[in-house]
Design a protein around this ligand. Structure first.
Ligand code: ATR
Length: 297
């Protein structure tokens, strides 16, 4: 059988990480590219820590047009770039590299992934009261998203309160916003929250079946309109099902995974994709993922 899908004009892209064999990114990226008519090939590239500098230099020499970067390289890769955008700098992590004549420029599309997950549900972060559970890497992306997007008030709640304080101070260095830092057991103190993000690992792995919010009536009492969980394995965490029971719009981490990938292509091709098309592709990928790849991370 003749395979002429890849030709002399095909642009090469990839994702680097260690481990990398379980990545869903090639499926997402090649699906977007095929449907949107881009002549590219996107593949998984196993890069071990000691080889990162050589890998970036080599990729640039080969003219690889863009890369995604995953664990454990998201911070380390910064020193091999010619520039990074402001929001990636604020997060201190890069997940997308774009080829330029001076070298690779680093961006972080996790924020755009969160933004699109909300926009597709006609929700804007501007003017919202936000409760952010957790203070790790994902929380930092959500905090920068909320602060840079003009949230009215951001409450960061974490089991270890000092980490919440550090994240609040860190975020405020880049984006001035009204941010308070509290212990996770104090989330009842405010009357209402419009949007609640769970970026803790509660609900995942050994903590499956648990929620960082123990009080099941919380969503209703605090008049929450949207609940966002960064977890998507399991598909429906207790946090998500408690939110749904209260009639709240609930979004799991799959949307962020898909939309950060779409955003990477927008950066690579300097083009805005149509939201309706992005949403349709997301729905197709959800069907595929839930039917076939539920064991993958
Ligand atoms: P990531 O970088 O992927 O966001 P992380 O840095 O490991 O992950 O952060 C995990 C988050 O889940 C932290 O906010 C952690 O709280 P601590 O800072 O107090 O460790 C939170 N977390 C983990 N287990 C938890 C638990 N049993 N109850 C409440 N929060 C928990």
């Amino acid at each position: 059988m003749i395979n002429d899908r890849v030709n002399g004009k095909t642009a090469v892209f990839g994702v680097i990480g260690d481990p990398i064999e379980h990545t869903f990114s090639p499926c997402i990226q090649n699906t977007f590219a095929d449907i949107l008519g881009k002549n590219i090939i996107y593949t998984a590239l196993h890069v071990m820590t000691g080889n990162l500098g050589d890998a970036i230099k080599g990729a640039y020499a080969l003219g690889i047009c863009g890369l995604n970067v995953t664990v454990p390289h998201k911070k380390e890769v910064i020193k091999y770039l010619c520039d990074i955008d402001k929001r990636a700098e604020a997060i201190g992590a890069v997940n997308t590299l774009k080829y330029t004549e001076n070298g690779y420029v680093g961006c972080n599309t996790d924020i755009i992934g969160i933004d699109y997950s909300l926009k597709i549900r006609n929700t804007d972060i501007k003017g919202k009261k936000v409760l952010l559970l957790g203070a790790g890497g994902s929380a930092c992306a959500a905090a920068v998203f909320a602060a840079s997007g003009g949230a009215e008030k951001i409450t960061i709640a974490n089991r270890t309160q000092s980490r919440a304080r550090e994240l609040a101070e860190h975020t405020n260095k880049y984006y001035k916003a009204d941010i308070e830092a509290i212990g996770i057991d104090e989330i009842g103190k405010n009357d209402s929250y419009d949007i609640v993000f769970n970026t803790t690992t509660v609900g995942f792995g050994k903590m499956e079946g648990m929620s960082p919010i123990e009080d099941e009536g919380f969503f209703e009492r605090k008049k929450v309109s949207l609940a966002f969980d960064t977890i998507y394995i399991p598909w429906k965490t207790k946090f998500i099902s408690d939110a749904e029971k209260a009639g709240v719009t609930a979004v799991n981490g799959f949307d962020m995974l898909i939309f950060q990938a779409a955003a990477a292509q927008e950066i690579w091709f300097d083009e805005k994709y149509d939201m309706g098309k992005i949403k349709n592709i997301r729905d197709e990928l959800e069907k595929y993922y839930r039917n076939t790849l539920t064991d993958r991370i």
